[in-house]
Design a protein around this ligand. Structure first.
Ligand code: NAD
Length: 418
């Protein structure tokens, strides 16, 4: 939860409800359906005992929220983080519902979380925690019910332990119960860079509508899985990335950074700071001169304190929830276009869906096949969202919510008895 200047503490679930209320004003879905969309269908809390290396038993708390499955099985990652709360997991499960719906894949929304700092656990303790969480929730998940995936501080190794535990409990092979698996256990080609690849297609589409071509300058906050890979993709395609940051600091070169070299440099030095041919950014990162700003690190990083300093015309939300509601109000007055997270970072869940489809068919696609299908879904979705925003004379964020909430409401109403 973040405290902002001039505002009260913002709760992620309340933020989600506020966005839902905004979209309801525009599309006026049936009141009974709208009422059901304001809480998860289920939220399970589990206690997970772990035998620590020192012989003691420590109890961890985990949650699995299942927000809505009108369009298909619940889908959403599991995060291991000390700041996990029930409300955060509920909000994230709602956002997964909208994310799957905005790109039109036949899945609902769910999310899981365990309150833990995994960096304090040994590998053995981490494995027990991962397996213990699945023991707690396994009756609630399955390829046709609810399909978890990696999220913050969970990865393909943790997915392997979770899959193995699930298969031991149910006694059959069920690779489709979890996505983000290694290729050896039924993962999909291109899954490891699908978020940045999807974000790239969305950016290409929306930037061109604003007349921003390859000469536009781009700044990226975060140089990890999402931001770093997107920087590389943009650089390879001839775009000009002029500033990047990581947890240690930020660098700038208005002529464009050589991202291929920067990747090697960061690997060798642990940070982007002092990269030859660039200047370390002493000022705050968000005031850097750039036409396009891509927050790809933390939630709430663009907030009431720095929004007025932003010079970009376009913000692509690759991180989840990087622009707070208060910042959005300030940016809207400046005419800044914000492409929301539920569209911009949906490439990951799209390829997770492809992973499930391949698992169900027990037939695996080439990398080219995955990328071709991903490009079509991301580009068509960006087109539709942009059109909504123009037709309804609203923001791109609400344009995305219009598609998403309409689709979920339509599936719910089709299920109603007469
Ligand atoms: P990551 O851990 O791989 O990378 C995070 C990056 O942010 C690192 O480079 C880190 O140094 C940097 N960072 C941390 N604190 C910072 C700070 N104060 N200022 C600047 N940079 C800072 O994580 P990721 O997978 O790239 O995820 C980043 C965001 O994207 C998260 O919000 C995540 O939820 C979202 N996201 C990621 C994926 C995915 O597939 N990786 C999918 C959807 C959404």
């Amino acid at each position: 939860m973040k405290k902002e200047k001039n505002t009260v503490i913002s709760n992620p679930f309340e933020n989600m409800l506020r966005q839902l209320a905004d979209v309801q004003k525009l599309i006026k879905i049936d009141q009974n359906i709208f009422a059901q969309l304001q809480s998860p269908q289920k939220c399970l809390e589990v206690s997970i005992p772990v035998r620590m290396d020192n012989g003691s038993v420590k109890i961890f708390t985990g949650f699995r929220a299942q927000y809505n499955d009108a369009r298909g099985p619940y889908k959403g990652g599991i995060r291991f983080h000390p700041a996990v709360t029930r409300d955060e997991v509920k909000a994230l499960s709602a956002w997964m519902t909208w994310k799957c719906a905005v790109v039109g894949i036949p899945l609902g929304g769910g999310k899981g979380g365990v309150i833990v700092d995994p960096r304090t656990l040994s590998e053995k303790e981490l494995e027990q925690l991962s397996r213990g969480f699945i023991k707690g929730i396994y009756k609630l998940i399955g390829p046709k019910v609810d399909v978890p995936a990696p999220d913050v501080y969970t990865d393909s190794k943790i997915m392997s332990w979770m899959l193995d535990e699930y298969e031991k409990l149910v006694g059959v092979h069920e690779p489709g119960v979890i996505t983000g698996k290694p290729l050896a256990l039924g993962g999909s080609k291109a899954r490891s860079y699908s978020t940045s690849e999807g974000a790239f297609y969305v950016l290409q589409n929306i930037a061109s509508k604003l007349g921003l071509d390859k000469n536009a300058s781009i700044a990226i906050e975060g140089f990890g899985n999402a931001g770093g890979l997107l920087a590389e993709r943009l650089f390879t395609d001839g775009y000009k990335v002029v500033a990047v940051s990581d947890s240690k600091g930020a660098i700038e070169n208005q002529k464009g950074l050589n991202i291929k070299e920067l990747v090697k440099y960061k690997k060798a030095n642990g940070s982007v700071l002092n990269f030859p041919g660039s200047q370390n950014l002493k000022n705050k990162f968000f005031s850097v001169k750039a036409d396009i700003m891509i927050p790809a690190a933390l939630d709430g990083s663009i907030n009431a304190e720095n929004a007025s300093e932003i010079k970009a015309r376009l913000i692509l939300e690759v991180a989840n929830g990087p622009v707070t509601n208060e910042a959005e109000t300030i940016l809207a007055k400046k005419g800044v276009i914000i492409v929301p997270d539920i569209l911009a970072n949906a490439g990951g869940v799209v390829v997770s869906y492809f992973e499930q489809v391949q698992n169900a068919a027990n037939y695996y696609w080439s990398e080219e096949e995955v990328l071709e299908k991903l490009k079509k879904i991301m580009t068509d979705s960006a087109e539709e969202v942009w059109k909504n925003s123009r037709d309804y004379k609203t923001t791109v964020r609400l344009g995305a919510y219009i598609s998403a909430v309409k689709r979920v409401a339509e599936a719910m109403s089709a299920r109603l008895s007469v």
